[in-house]
Design a protein around this ligand. Structure first.
Ligand code: PLP
Length: 406
């Protein structure tokens, strides 16, 4: 029955984690997966999460009944509120809706499925979807799998200057067909760690508004870039103030450390309450045939935290602890590279933000400098904040790096 099924290629980042687990080398460090690690190289369960988990277990009123199709109402509203801000004009005007989704990936999927069915008339399969070059590799597949036939890259990264290719980015916005969908990283761009400045975001918004392009934010790292939720949501909030109707996929995997609970939210900003109502009614249909209704544990945990003043404050503190460590690791890595007299300039390590860094290392350089490595497949390697702990013992590296196809 299944004799003709071809073997699919493994998902690179998960394959890498498995290879890493199987490797007996005591010097190994996994720089592939985008998950926070402590000084000991271990996952971190946020103290606030532990606290709220206890509250949930002790609460006799809770049960395991199905949630509503669109998810836990108090989770959806509080999640949208941290993306758009307490005083968001769109929230005040009652033109924001939300769907609880399975992680950030689920929120992107839900948005993509809706857009393919209902955005831009009948021919929407041909509507171009633009994703940054490079981007988190799943962006391409999520939109292609939703039925979009034309998923294209937009210029983003200038390898030469190791920074944003603003002219290229704006140029692609200018020439994109009207109504094209643009996936924008809200902050801490994955994998380059390079975001537009406020002025650059304003330029992007101006072109998108003028050319009638659809804004689909992917916000997977709110709080991780700067340690401040409001700062990291600046771009999303700016677009709302400019009157855009848009989507914002939110992930709570990283900023709550709830990777395996699959907590996500799709925030919808529309023209008015009636539009939101109709959009949500169609989203409900899509959820029903996709996951029917979402799981409760992670969403409860996030909702309780966001809706309780002391817990919210504690969470913000926990997020800052993670963000600060990321910044410290960047500075330490840069200092160590410089102290070792490593050829080249390393300012980009501290200029980039968030979990990821485009080191600019190429294959030959890494060979000679690190003595030993595995899985180095491209000129651009992606690594995360724990690099420093790799550099310390004897200055010999044993890198597990993720292949970046763009
Ligand atoms: N978007 C980006 C840019 C990401 O880096 C990730 C995860 O690495 C996601 C979305 C998906 O997040 P989740 O694990 O919540 O599905």
């Amino acid at each position: 029955l299944f004799g003709e099924v071809p073997q699919a290629t493994p998902v690179a980042v998960f394959k890498l984690s498995n290879d890493f687990k199987d490797d007996p080398n005591p010097m190994k460090v996994n720089l592939g997966v985008g998950a926070y690690r402590t000084d000991e190289g271990q996952p971190w369960v946020l103290p606030v999460v532990k606290k709220v988990e206890k509250l949930i277990v002790a609460d006799n009123r809770l049960n395991h009944e199905y949630l509503p199709i669109l998810g836990l109402p108090e989770f959806r509203s509080s999640a949208s509120k941290i993306a758009l801000g307490e005083d968001s004009p769109a929230i005040q005007e009652n033109r924001v809706g939300a769907v609880q989704c399975l992680g950030g990936t689920g929120a992107l999927k839900m948005g993509a499925e809706f857009l393919r069915r209902w955005y831009n008339g009948n021919d929407n399969m041909k509507t171009p979807v633009y994703v940054s070059a490079p981007t988190w590799e799943n962006h391409n597949s999520v939109f292609a799998n939703a039925g979009f036939k034309d998923v294209r890259p937009y210029k983003y990264w200038d390898a030469e200057k190791r920074g944003l290719d603003l002219a290229g980015f704006l140029g692609d916005l200018e020439t994109a067909p009207k109504h094209s969908i643009f996936v924008l990283h809200a902050c801490a761009h994955n994998p380059t760690g390079t975001d537009p400045t406020h002025v650059e975001w304003m330029q992007v918004a101006e072109v998108m508004e003028r050319r009638k392009l659809f804004v689909f934010f992917d916000s997977a790292y709110q709080g991780f870039a700067s340690g401040c939720l409001d700062k990291d949501a600046w771009a999303v909030r700016y677009f709302v103030t400019q009157g855009f109707e848009m989507f914002c996929a939110q992930s709570f995997s990283k900023n709550f450390g709830l990777y395996n609970e699959r907590v996500g939210n799709l925030t919808i900003v529309a023209r008015d309450a009636d539009n939101v109502r109709r959009v949500l009614s169609q989203m409900e249909k899509i959820v029903r045939v996709t996951w029917s209704n979402p799981p409760s544990q992670g969403a409860r945990l996030v909702a309780i935290t966001l809706n309780t003043a002391e817990l919210f404050a504690e969470w913000k503190d926990n997020v800052k602890t993670m963000a600060d460590r990321v910044l410290l690791m960047r500075a330490s890595l840069q200092a160590k590279l410089q102290a070792l007299g490593t050829p080249g300039t390393w300012d980009h390590i501290t200029q980039q933000i968030g979990m990821f860094s485009f080191t600019g290392l190429n294959r030959v350089y890494t060979h000679t400098h690190t003595h030993t490595h595995t899985h180095l497949l491209s000129h651009h390697i992606r690594c995360c904040y724990c690099l420093l702990s790799v550099l310390l013992p004897g200055d010999s590296l044993y890198l597990y790096v993720q292949y970046q196809s763009n």
